[in-house]
Design a protein around this ligand. Structure first.
Ligand code: FAD
Length: 451
């Protein structure tokens, strides 16, 4: 496509990356954001402080030429370190091939690096500008200046909405009858706490994502570069074991002491954060109709917000940016670009939405189930034997961006059936029938072409 002016609304994680990609291609880009400039202002409270970045999100960053600046921000995590109530923590490695790690990255630092890169590439950045929606004719964007309160309108050929899970522009598309939106709320909320470092050093092993799986709920912790961990408690909103039941301080104290005995030394700080910090809600947003003709496109969480249990929301948003960039080579005009983007992308984002929900059960419960662990070991063994055909689903999602999410979901289902059959048909001494394994893998799982 020939470079034409583009307006991007929302400078969170995907907005600046997209601005960078388009500006590098010579498109005149204006990026609007309701918050103040992150390069000069503090961090907004209440957002998740750090995130897991995987190979799927790294590839678009490399493609945009910004990975070199992101890399110094990353802390590698080799696997899940599972904390039971009365046992030593056990590491479950994420993968078994070289380099199969995820990275913890601070949201604010990543946002700053991407914003700076977009600005350097020539994007015009306008902070403190809250988008109010489209004008009634649908061809002008309305903004309010957050300092002066003044409302102004701007015309733009093409608008890309990266304004996040609560997208105002998604609402405008729904109102115009272009988008059908279904929000599937989760009945579990989350709350973040900080586990401070001790003299600048991490209080827990820094090279893992820590999980305290407790069946109906879980606590997780991701490392930060300053020696602290960001801990997140995921728990039902209401009911006997819930945030509502922990509203009174003594109940919260009892809960933390009973459930997380290995964190006893840190309880005063955790409880103070627990009292002070906001409780966040989680939901999956299913949207059909990501665009209004060739004028407005939804991208990232604005189109397909998911629950965070696969650590893929940002990664999927970054992948969106790379897919859109590839399509610029194939399409001649915005309408074609936007509709092709939705056609290619939506089945994949629906697939990761489903896998993300399934992963909550895995993280809070299955990781301590002997049957799950036996199957997982068998999956690794099959991957060793058939590396181009059998790849555990978690690895496909996190470490194999060449396998689209939908394909990972489909192959994952076949693999599960194979694993269950092999497990059922073990010999009395527990041996797996390797001939049967080979037959099933070859008949059901075509070889994955090299990237
Ligand atoms: P956002 O990052 O939300 O950015 C939207 C931007 O738009 C914001 O800057 C906002 O201020 C701005 N905006 C909103 N409305 C307006 C308006 N009206 N006018 C102007 N500007 C506006 N993903 C992962 O890949 N790995 C993880 O480990 C992970 N962990 C998570 C943990 C939690 C608790 C949560 C809630 C999410 C997690 N995610 C994770 C998901 C990830 O945060 C999102 O997928 C990602 O931030 C989406 O990027 P985005 O740019 O689409 O939206």
């Amino acid at each position: 496509m020939k470079p034409q002016p583009v307006t991007i609304v929302g400078a969170g994680l995907t907005g600046p990356l997209l601005a960078l990609i388009l500006a590098r291609r010579g498109f005149p880009v204006t990026l609007y954001e309701r918050r103040p400039d992150p390069r000069t202002a503090g961090v907004e409270a209440g957002r998740s402080i750090n995130l897991a970045l995987s190979a799927r999100g790294i590839r678009p960053l490399e493609h945009a030429g910004v990975y070199g600046e992101v890399e110094p921000l990353l802390i590698p995590m080799r696997g899940r370190l599972v904390h039971e109530r009365s046992a030593e923590p056990v590491l479950q490695p994420y993968g078994q091939r070289a380099g199969e790690v995820n990275y913890s990255v601070g949201r604010a630092a990543l946002n700053r690096v991407l914003t700076e890169a977009a600005a350097r590439a020539g994007a015009e950045l306008r902070f403190g500008q809250r988008c109010l929606g489209l004008d009634p004719a649908g061809d002008r964007l309305r903004f309010r200046d957050e300092q002066s309160g003044q409302v102004h309108e701007t015309a733009s050929d093409a608008v890309i909405a990266t304004d996040g899970a609560g997208s105002v522009l998604r609402g405008a598309l729904a109102e115009a009858g272009a988008a059908y939106v279904r929000v599937e709320p989760l009945d579990h909320d989350y709350k973040e706490m900080t586990l401070p470092g001790v003299a600048g050093r991490h209080a827990l092993a820094p090279d893992a994502l820590h999980i305290w799986p407790r069946g109906g709920f879980m606590l997780i912790a991701l490392p930060n570069p300053d020696g602290s961990f960001t801990m997140t408690l995921f728990l039902a909103r209401e009911g006997p074991q819930s945030f509502a039941a922990l509203a009174e301080a003594p109940a919260a104290e009892r809960f933390f002491a009973e459930q997380f005995p290995d964190l006893r030394a840190h309880l005063p700080r955790l409880l103070a954060d627990f009292r002070r910090n906001p409780e966040g809600t989680l939901a999956t947003v299913h949207t059909v109709g990501w665009h209004l003709g060739g004028r407005v496109l939804l991208l990232g969480d604005a189109a397909h917000a998911i629950v965070p249990f696969h650590g893929q929301g940002m990664n999927a948003g970054f992948e969106d940016c790379a897919v859109l960039d590839h399509l610029l080579e194939r399409c001649d005009e915005w309408q074609e670009l936007f509709s092709t983007f939705e056609r290619l992308r939506r089945p994949n984002t629906e697939a990761i939405a489903r896998m993300a929900l399934e992963n909550y059960l895995e993280m809070r419960d299955s990781v301590r189930d002997p049957h799950f662990l036996r199957r997982r070991q068998l999956a690794f063994a099959l991957e060793k034997r058939f590396p181009d055909r059998f790849i555990p689903r978690y690895s496909m999602v996190m470490f194999h961006p060449e396998i689209p999410y939908l394909e990972a979901l489909r192959r994952g289902q076949c693999q599960l059936e194979i694993l269950e059959e092999l497990d059922r048909r073990r010999t009395p001494s527990g041996e797996v029938d390797l001939r049967l394994a080979e037959a099933r893998v070859r008949e059901r799982l075509p070889a994955i072409p090299a990237d």
